[in-house]
Design a protein around this ligand. Structure first.
Ligand code: NDP
Length: 342
């Protein structure tokens, strides 16, 4: 009979939590700084790019590349330069003293002198079967990533917040016609964005309507229309479109850090402007977990690099392993760290 192996205790200078572009980039830089980082890859290693097909905007590749392939390369590069990638899910953290302690779902305990949080954010989906089925074939949650593929076409955007309006405006650079579908009769987006939206000749808004089904057709199958429910008249209709962008918000993956680092009202980790430092000295945050504005693989990678460089500097300045509770006040004043939201 097989027995569960006993839990391990692993110590590292830098523990990186999360295996997206931010986490892998932090691991590459930390490994090349001889910090022997451990990267704990959660349940969906690779992050959002694992559900992205064609990637054309990550610099360095003249040809279209695939999101999962890019993440495989990042992992291979991180391990090649000396990072250790562990497949576990961090379920508990203690950032009250150094070394910091993180406990994994496996029972293993990770201690570290510095921690980089790079757990990302997940796009919210409506939860329709057809949405899942046609993802990457006309259904997307990122206009910056996929808008280019809809040159000269008709696309819809679902949502009424800043993201939805920005996505709709962005899509006008590519699509001939952009239809914003919102479930209410008023947008939640900032007024200035609304004004731009309403003034744009390529954009129409369908109010008080929900998306019930995304209709596919052709071979290979792609999006051909949306079945909408008009809540006012209680009628249904088919809206022909070539693609649909779901823009109903994102959820940062930060539950496990609640109460341990400061977050904004939406659960994004607050960092000092121009830095990846959080309110806990020695804990850094990189990528979408602290960025609700840009949300790009390349910006996540950029902040991952910043986090590793800042962790390296922090470790050089704090070689001791004693309790550092008294140091926290130095950057701990919450009102010094504004939220990243607009
Ligand atoms: P929001 O939560 O602001 O908006 C989500 C929108 O999606 C709402 O209009 C909501 O409708 C709608 N929605 C939610 N669930 C559903 C559903 N199941 N079916 C249909 N519609 C749904 O998210 P955003 O991503 O737009 O913005 C998040 C935060 O990021 C905000 O603070 C925003 O200001 C910020 N942001 C800032 C940007 C910038 O500074 N440039 C860019 C993008 C975002 P309803 O209104 O009815 O609730």
């Amino acid at each position: 009979m097989s027995q569960t192996p006993p839990p391990h205790s692993l110590h590292t200078s830098v523990l990186i939590i999360g295996a997206g572009p931010a986490g892998y980039t932090a691991a590459i830089y930390a490994a090349r700084a001889s910090l022997s980082p451990i990267l704990v890859a959660g349940p969906q290693p690779g992050g959002q790019l694992m559900i992205t097909t064609d990637v054309e905007n990550y610099p360095g590749f003249a040809d279209v590349i695939q999101g999962p392939w890019l993440m495989e390369q990042m992992e291979a590069q991180a391990t090649h330069v000396g990072a250790r990638v562990v497949h576990d899910l961090i379920t508990e953290v203690d950032f009250s003293r150094r070394p910091f302690t993180c406990r994994g779902d496996s029972g293993d305990v990770y201690t570290a002198n510095a921690v980089i949080i790079a757990t990302g954010a997940q796009a919210r989906w409506l939860g329709l079967d057809s949405e899942r089925h046609l993802q990457g074939r006309g259904v997307s949650a990122c206009a910056t990533c996929d808008g280019f593929f809809f040159r000269g076409k008709t696309v819809a955007v679902i949502g009424g917040g800043n993201t939805a309006v920005e996505e709709a405006l962005f899509l006008t650079h590519h699509a001939d016609r952009v239809i914003l579908v919102h479930r209410r009769d008023a947008l939640r987006a900032e007024k200035i964005l609304q004004a731009r939206l309403f003034a744009h000749p390529k954009i129409e808004v369908i109010w008080n309507s929900t998306l019930e089904e995304i209709v596919g057709g052709g071979a290979p199958e792609t999006v051909v229309g949306l079945r909408l429910h008009d809540l006012r008249s209680d009628t249904r209709r088919l809206l022909p479109v070539d693609g649909v962008f779901i823009a109903i918000g994102h959820t940062p993956t930060t539950m496990v850090f609640a109460g341990h680092v400061d977050m904004d009202a939406e659960g994004y980790i607050r960092t000092l402007p121009g830095s990846t430092r959080t309110t806990v000295h020695g804990v850094f945050a990189a990528g979408d977990v602290q960025d609700k504005v840009f949300r790009q693989a390349v910006t996540a990678a950029g902040t991952g690099c910043m986090a590793a460089l800042e962790a390296e500097k922090f470790l050089a300045e704090h070689p001791g392993m004693g309790s550092f509770a008294a140091e926290q006040g130095k950057i701990g004043a919450l009102d010094q760290i504004p939220s990243h939201s607009s």
